[in-house]
Design a protein around this ligand. Structure first.
Ligand code: ATP
Ligand code: MG
Length: 559
């Protein structure tokens, strides 16, 4: 558990109170994804709350269940099931033995429905959908009773059995809870709780042709698993009376309660699974784990540490107010985490050859780069300096402005970890593009200042031309150029940032970086934070993804 202060919210206060007052002795929560897509950062917020609570009360034996909410007939997509489990584990959470499938208890939902019928609390309605919709009324007008509402218990039992036996066509009959057609809460106006579908179900095949609706099944799943606190997002708030009605009127083994908190929304991002799927299927991104996607696997591939995602979710906090969180907060969490823990390395993204003309052709010297004397794990190391090195094109200018702190003819700059050197000349092609820079090192300046009268302007990073390794570097930027893509009148796709990916194929990295394991995270000094691509990186073909820049470049642009 990290910061107790940031973890005080109304849900946690409620759980503490429920324990003190004896509503429960051990909190049991659940995270109930529908296996129809990959998890995104919004899910991460729910995961941090559901699993986080269980961790906080682990001493009491608290657990958080992972429940696949698969009551809709469809083909199981094993890809989604596996990715959801992998992502939750990667975030640092564990359901232990508590993995559940909502489709495993179809018998229980069915028995509960029969129980309702026997108690005069549910009826089979054989009207068409449109008629039922018109009878619902609206916020100002009470609904009208269906002519089937007062069927006898026997008739309802027979018709519900007929539904189950496949005697009705899809849509020809539904089971409705008999609650209150005049309720001010539209969800209580005799909601449908069972419908007919002849689609194949991945778990039960064609055994069932009637399926419970979400509002009926969810409370029953919770009760079946003895969940104490069923936490969900605010749009379910006005479904809560129905949730409680189901719990109160069905033969349930436990009495869970539902509480709601605000969804996470992030600027410059779309979060709905439907839209994310559309981007994947229509090829706007390379897949669910494209590093620009707000999916957990996308962020992982981008180089966002799990810790940063959890910190971000905890920082946003649990409230009742739907807001739009600035994506810069997430990027800052990533930057903060990487600044503290990522090793430093050198890489040159736009290579320009620099020749040290006053050393022999076979010159080689091990120089030591000290990142932090107290934290050697941040990448204090030896690198080999050779006569020819690569520096970044942006670190040399023929005719620089006054405050330029890098290399230009006559200027003195230090090669990071090595000597101070003075630029003595350069070569350019017919168009005036600089093709090579020359400099002379000043002996005795490793770790020391140049002699009196020469001012060393700063240090630039470099990679030995002899030992450096060519690498592919993928520079990712925000996927959307507008703050609220969902609000674009031309549709969210019109907000796509056409420059969200730049691929550099001729970068040069320190030799050790080629040998780095996949997912190795580091700072390229003076450049940004990078990760060795989870899939494409290899010693033969190093590939690095930019997680985030050193500074928030969007904030600068907006000013
Ligand atoms: P989407 O709307 O993106 O399709 P969903 O709600 O349909 O998502 P589920 O698989 O049903 O996706 O979600 C599992 C859990 O994650 C639910 O309890 C849901 O409340 C929670 N959740 C989904 N999106 C968010 C979000 N943006 N912020 C917080 N919690 C979320
Ligand atoms: Mg949902």
């Amino acid at each position: 558990m990290t910061n107790e202060e940031t973890k005080k919210d109304f849900i946690r206060e409620m759980v503490a109170k429920d324990l003190a007052e004896g509503y429960c002795s051990v909190p049991i929560t659940r995270f109930p994804p529908e296996p129809n897509g990959y998890l995104h950062i919004g899910h991460a917020k729910a995961i941090c709350l559901d699993f986080g609570l269980a961790q906080e009360y682990a001493h009491l034996g608290a657990v958080c269940h992972l429940r696949f909410d698969d009551t809709n007939p469809c083909k199981e997509d094993i890809e989604f099931v596996n990715s959801i489990q992998e992502d939750i584990r990667w975030l640092g959470f564990d359901w232990g033995e508590h993995l559940y499938w909502a489709s495993n208890i179809f018998d229980f939902y069915y028995d509960c429905a029969v129980h309702l019928i026997k108690n005069g609390l549910a009826y089979v309605d054989e009207q068409d959908r449109e008629t039922m919709r018109l009878q619902r009324g609206d916020l100002r007008t009470p609904g009208t009773h269906s002519p089937y509402r007062d069927r006898s218990v026997e008739e309802n039992l027979a018709q519900f059995a007929a539904m189950k036996e496949g005697k009705f066509a899809e849509g020809a009959a539904v089971l409705r809870a008999k609650i209150d057609m005049a309720s001010s809460n539209m969800n209580m106006r005799d909601p449908v709780i069972y419908r007919i579908s002849y689609d194949h179900h991945h778990n039960t095949g064609n055994k069932w042709c009637i399926y419970p609706m979400y509002d009926f099944a969810h409370p029953l799943e919770d009760a079946w698993e003895h969940i104490t606190h069923s936490l969900c997002t605010l749009e379910f708030e006005n479904h809560r009376p129905l949730y409680e009605w189901v719990i109160d009127n069905c033969p349930v083994p436990a009495k869970p309660k539902q509480r709601e908190f605000s969804r996470l929304n992030i600027t410059y991002t779309v979060m709905s699974k439907r839209k994310l799927r559309q981007m994947v299927e229509e090829g706007y991104v390379a897949g669910w784990d494209d590093p620009r996607m707000p999916t957990i696997c996308g962020m992982r591939r981008r180089g966002y540490p799990a810790r940063a995602i959890v910190d971000f979710c905890e920082g946003v906090g649990i409230t009742k107010f739907n807001g739009n969180t600035d994506v810069a907060r997430l990027e800052n969490a990533v930057r903060g985490e990487l600044n503290t823990n990522a090793e430093r390395r050198m890489a040159v993204l736009k290579p320009l050859k620099l020749v040290l003309t006053n050393v022999p052709a076979d010159f080689e010297e091990e120089v030591e780069v000290i990142i932090n004397p107290e934290k050697p794990e941040l990448g204090n190391r030896k690198v080999t300096l050779t006569r020819e090195v690569w520096i970044d094109r942006d670190d040399f200018m023929v005719d620089p402005p006054k405050k330029y702190k890098r290399l230009s003819p006559g200027a003195c700059v230090r090669l990071r970890g090595g000597y101070c050197m003075i630029c003595t000349g350069y070569e350019a092609d017919a168009e005036g593009n600089v093709t090579e820079v020359r400099a002379e090192i000043i002996p005795g300046t490793i770790g020391a200042n140049p002699p009196e009268g020469i001012k060393c302007k700063g240090a630039i990073h470099w990679v030995s031309a002899k030992y450096g390794v060519k690498a592919e570097v993928r520079l990712y930027d925000r996927l959307f150029k507008d703050e609220a893509p969902d609000a674009n009148p031309e549709g969210f796709l019109a907000s796509l940032n056409q420059d969200s990916l730049t691929v550099i194929t001729d970068a040069v990295v320190e030799p050790a970086l080629a040998a780095a394991p996949n997912e190795f995270l580091c700072q390229f000094e003076r450049t940004g934070y990078f990760v060795a691509d989870r899939y494409d990186h290899s010693a033969e073909h190093p590939v690095f993804n930019r997680a985030v820049g050193l500074r928030d470049s969007w904030a600068k642009m907006n000013k």
